[in-house]
Design a protein around this ligand. Structure first.
Ligand SMILES: Nc1ncnc2c1ncn2[C@@H]1O[C@H](COP(=O)(O)OP(=O)(O)OP(=O)(O)O)[C@@H](O)[C@H]1O
Ligand SMILES: O=P(O)(O)OC[C@H]1O[C@H](OP(=O)(O)OP(=O)(O)O)[C@H](O)[C@@H]1O
Ligand SMILES: [Mg+2]
Length: 281
């Protein structure tokens, strides 16, 4: 049985469970359930703290896990990224009172609060900056007001949390993160692992692409294919109308209205866009 770690709370939890559900795995019925056996798919889902997932997977106790790239890096666990999952995007950044500092170089000898001491420590070492890292469990933005730190290093998505406490980011982003599928570094893949990857990739593609169908005069097919090249090439079938063909292709969901406009401009008719429910490429 494939053993998969899933975040039981926090920013990635809901989206990770939704993605697994869309990939055909069972969903737990209540949030107190810690282990879920999915016999139909020969796997067990373990609901764990997001921070602990890389540790379990790195130890080899679990075969696969969903966590944040920043958390994997912070843990220092011997686990590796296999697939970026396209949700939970954030940056990891320095922040302080507006105008106080302009970059990491100005932090020498100062105190920086964070819940990611591993990630921050490695970055400071790489930059050759000797600062004191103050480890806090969460809500690190408050540390400056309470006089515990001069700056913070934390996850920023919309920036709302920072704005609410009157702080501003400074310097270059320390890291870019998103939810990722991980496995133990160098480990041979467990039974069902490739199937999990294919299913998750199928969900990502189904979310990012739509199917477009249209009819076009045969003499304009080259222009049409340039607009909708598809994945491997569009399907072009004869239409029961002299001089016309029907075309079917996958196009990115983002910008599909523009594609429809361009097809209309070259004389396409009956342009239909439909969602992709599931796929294997
Ligand atoms: N607002 C957010 N938007 C997007 N991603 C976020 C956000 N907050 C946290 N994350 C990401 O979610 C992952 C898990 O962080 P989260 O804050 O949910 O856990 P946590 O509360 O720190 O966990 P723990 O309770 O175990 O300490 C990290 O990879 C982080 O980058
Ligand atoms: O830029 P924003 O959209 O405001 O999001 C970033 C905030 O979200 C996370 O907090 P979380 O709710 O996980 O609390 P925590 O700090 O206790 O982990 C993160 O630690 C930031 O504080
Ligand atoms: Mg958090």
């Amino acid at each position: 049985m494939l053993r998969i770690a899933v975040p039981n709370k926090g920013a990635l939890s809901e989206a990770a469970q939704t993605m697994l559900k869309e990939a055909g795995y069972r969903r737990r019925r209540d949030s107190k359930e810690l282990v879920l056996v999915d016999l139909e798919n020969s796997c067990e889902l373990f609901f764990l703290r997001p921070r602990d997932i890389a540790v379990y997977v790195g130890e080899g106790t679990l075969d696969a896990g969903i966590t944040g790239r920043d958390m994997l890096f912070d843990s220092g666990a011997p686990a590796e990224e296999v697939v970026p999952l396209g949700f939970g995007q954030s940056t990891f950044r320095f922040a302080s009172t507006p105008g106080a500092y302009s970059g990491v170089a100005g932090l020498s000898g100062l105190r920086i609060a964070t819940s990611y001491p591993g990630l921050l420590g490695k970055y400071l070492a790489d930059q050759g900056v000797d600062a004191r890292v103050i480890k806090l469990d969460g809500a690190v933005e408050t540390a400056i007001r309470l006089g515990v730190a001069d700056a913070v290093a934390d996850v920023v998505e919309t920036g709302t949390t920072l704005r609410n406490v009157g702080l501003e980011v400074f310097g270059d982003p320390i890291a870019h993160s998103e939810a990722i599928l991980i496995k133990r570094a160098g480990a041979t893949e467990a039974n069902g692992f490739q199937q999990l990857i294919r299913r998750l990739q199928g969900v990502i593609v189904a979310r990012d692409f739509v199917m477009i169908d249209y009819d076009i005069r045969a003499e304009r097919i080259d222009e049409a294919i340039a607009i909708t090249p598809g994945m491997e090439g569009p399907t072009v079938s004869p239409l029961h109308r002299e001089g016309w063909v029907a075309v079917r292709a996958m196009v990115p969901r983002k910008g599909h209205q523009l594609v429809m406009d361009q097809l209309w401009e070259i004389g396409a008719k009956a342009i239909l866009v439909t969602a992709i429910f599931a796929c294997r490429l």
